[in-house]
Each structure stands twice: as structure tokens, then as C-alpha cells.
Design a protein around this ligand. Structure first.
Ligand SMILES: Cc1ncc(C[n+]2csc(CCOP(=O)(O)OP(=O)(O)O)c2C)c(N)n1
Ligand SMILES: [Mg+2]
Length: 337
């Protein structure tokens, strides 16, 4: 990877952090309603994995902590913010909100609120890739807590049996809402659990984007070569509460401090500084341009966009004409109803 790509990645991660912080503020101002789960602290995972993937070509699917996965996969950040605001210009036309970002034009297949829901959908996408005979793969992000759902086990079994081109990415942030992993998982190392399904797996540091990209690159090569699924686990930590309604009182200050020291932005920024690729001044300039872009382009777009109209309540329902933008590659030539 050359220096300009490294600088781009650092700016991207700074952008993702500030995007989430700005949505926190908008929530406090009551401009965003409903649920809001922020990704701050885990940026190296989605950024690194999707940097190693072929976004727009591969399918990407995740849970409700989905804003950054969507943007990195190629969904316009403006539309993601507008979706958080519930506006007509949002990725899901303001009907989905934070947990249901969706943009099939770049093969970003959602954002799902139900824990464990994306597993079987990812297997379905992978099966479609196999039938189509392309070299596309499906990448399924999910939390450590999701692995205790029945869908995890059912999907892994079928995916292995049918040798589906699917990469499971476990973002192990040690908690499922307020429950620490050792209180909910009999085996806390998630990558060990998939041995039962004969799926190769590995565990890595999720705070270091270079580690993430290298490990994800190998895993993706395995899946793309038609060798069946792979399960990759990244150890990471969310810096905020589970969602906006979580007081985050169940974690010790010591634990939080230790993980803050391993902030992915800090790790990568320091590395690039040591290598002479950026200076403190460059990073300050990046921060400034990110804040400017978020405020004057992204938030402005969301704020100035119209609300969905009451008369359009049923628009985009299945028996209505689908929005052409929503007819993804899987649905080409098909009609609903
Ligand atoms: C089927 C289902 N059961 C319960 C919930 C409530 N719930 C929301 S998030 C969550 C914890 C999930 O934790 P994890 O998979 O580790 O993801 P993280 O929030 O840490 O990213 C639970 C139990 C839900 N959304 N769906
Ligand atoms: Mg978790």
C-alpha cells in the first residue's frame, strides 16, 4: 500500500469517528430519533475488512451498528446521515432509520435490527453468487453476542456443507449490551466455536488496521477461490454505550482506559507519523477538512432535505412499483407481487 492510500485510510477513519460523534450531537438535539448505535472505537475493523474486499462487487451485510459499514461499502455519507434524520433523501427513504441503512446499488444489503438476522441472509447472498458463477463473495459482519442465536449455527452448518462463498466477520467487542462475553458464551474465543462446522477460522487484533487488512485479505482470498466459508474474529471495543439509551455503567473505568489507549485512529496515526508519511500538522488539517465536510455538506444535506410526506406512507410497499434505484442485481428482471 502506498503513502497516499495510507493517508486516505487515516482520513477515512477520522471521518467515521467524527460522523458518529456528529450524529450523537444531532440525537441530543432531537434531530435524530429512535435507536442509534455508534461504531466509535471499532473503525479499524469495517475499514480494514472492506478495504481488502471489492466494494460494489461483493455483498456486504451487517447488524444495527451499520452506518460506517454502509459508507465504506460505498453508500453516500450524505444519504446515510439523511436516513438517520428520517428524511426522504435517506438511503432507505427515511423509512428505516439508523438500524436499516440499505443501498443495493453498491451491494450493501443492510442494516438489520434483529440480532442474528444477517447470518442466513448472507448465506442466501453467497448461494446467489455461486449460482451466478461470479467471483463475488458475501461478507457478513456480526457481534459476539449474535453468535448465541440459533441462526448462527444453522447458517454455519449449511454454509460449510454447501461450500458457500461467505466471509463471517465477528466484531468481538466483549459485550452484548451490558452482558460481558464470559457471562453469555461458554467458549469466549468465538473463532473456536466454528470448528464444529469444519470452517477455518482465526482471531486477530481489531484495533490495528494493518493487521485487519492483512488477515482479511487472506480470508477473502480463501473464500473467493471457492474454498468455502471462513470465519474471522477481531478483538475490539466500543468507546460508547451500546446505544444512546445505555448509561454504560457496567464496564470498569480501568478497562475503558486500557482500550482507549489502543484507539485505532491513534495506533494508525502514530505509525504513519513514525514512517514520516504524515505530521501532526497534516493530521490537524485532516481533522479540519473532515469537520468541514461533515458540517457543511453532510449534515447540511440532511437538515435541508424534506421529510417523507404523510400521503407517501405506503410508498415502497411491496405491491407498489419499486423505486428503480432499489432494484439490485439480484432482482433484475423480477417483479414483486
Ligand atoms: C433477536 C433479538 N434478540 C434481542 C435483541 C436485543 N439486542 C439488541 S443488541 C443486542 C446485543 C448484541 O450484541 P453483539 O452481537 O455483541 O453486538 P454489539 O452490540 O456488541 O455490536 C441484543 C441482545 C435483538 N435486537 N434481537
Ligand atoms: Mg458485542
Amino acid at each position: 500500500m502506498n503513502a497516499s492510500d495510507q493517508k486516505r485510510l487515516l482520513r477515512e477513519m477520522i471521518f467515521y469517528r467524527r460522523f458518529e460523534e456528529r450524529s450523537f450531537e444531532a440525537y441530543m438535539e432531537r434531530k435524530i430519533g429512535g435507536f442509534l448505535h455508534l461504531y466509535s472505537g471499532q473503525e479499524a475493523v469495517a475499514t480494514g475488512v472492506l478495504e481488502a474486499a471489492r466494494c460494489g462487487h461483493d455483498y456486504v451485510i451487517t447488524g444495527y451498528r451499520d452506518h460506517i459499514h454502509a459508507i465504506k461499502a460505498g453508500a453516500p455519507a450524505r444519504e446515510v446521515m439523511a436516513e438517520l434524520y428520517g428524511k426522504e433523501t435517506g438511503s432507505s427513504r427515511g423509512r428505516g432509520g439508523s438500524m436499516h441503512i440499505f443501498d443495493p446499488s453498491v451491494n450493501f444489503m443492510g442494516g438489520y435490527a434483529l440480532v442474528g438476522q444477517p447470518f442466513p441472509l448472507a448465506a442466501g447472498l453467497a448461494l446467489a453468487c455461486k449460482h451466478k458463477g461470479t467471483d463475488q463473495i458475501a461478507i457478513c459482519f456480526l457481534g459476539d453476542g449474535a453468535n448465541n442465536q440459533g441462526t448462527f449455527h444453522e447458517t454455519l452448518n449449511m454454509a460449510s456443507l454447501w461450500k458457500l462463498p461467505v466471509l463471517f466477520v465477528c466484531e468481538n467487542n466483549l459485550y452484548a449490551i451490558g452482558t460481558r462475553i464470559d457471562r453469555s458464551s461458554a467458549v469466549t474465543d468465538q473463532y473456536k466455536r466454528v470448528v464444529a462446522y469444519n470452517i477455518p477460522s482465526s482471531q486477530h487484533d481489531g484495533q490495528d488496521i494493518d493487521v485487519v487488512m492483512a488477515a482479511a485479505g487472506d480470508a477473502i482470498a480463501h473464500v473467493r477461490a471457492g474454498r468455502g466459508p471462513y470465519f474471522i474474529e477481531f478483538m475490539t471495543y466500543r468507546q460508547r454505550g451500546h446505544s444512546m439509551s445505555d448509561s454504560n455503567a457496567y464496564r470498569s473505568k480501568d478497562e475503558e482506559r486500557q482500550w482507549l489507549e489502543r484507539d485505532p485512529l491513534k495506533i494508525y496515526g502514530e505509525r504513519l507519523k513514525k514512517a514520516g508519511i504524515v505530521t501532526d500538522k497534516d493530521i490537524a488539517a485532516m481533522e479540519k477538512s473532515v469537520l468541514d465536510e461533515i458540517e457543511n455538506d453532510i449534515v447540511r444535506f440532511a437538515e435541508e432535505s424534506p421529510e417523507p410526506r404523510i400521503e407517501d406512507l405506503n410508498k415502497y410497499c411491496l405491491d407498489d412499483q419499486p423505486d428503480p434505484r432499489w432494484i439490485g442485481p439480484l432482482a433484475q428482471g423480477e417483479q414483486h407481487g
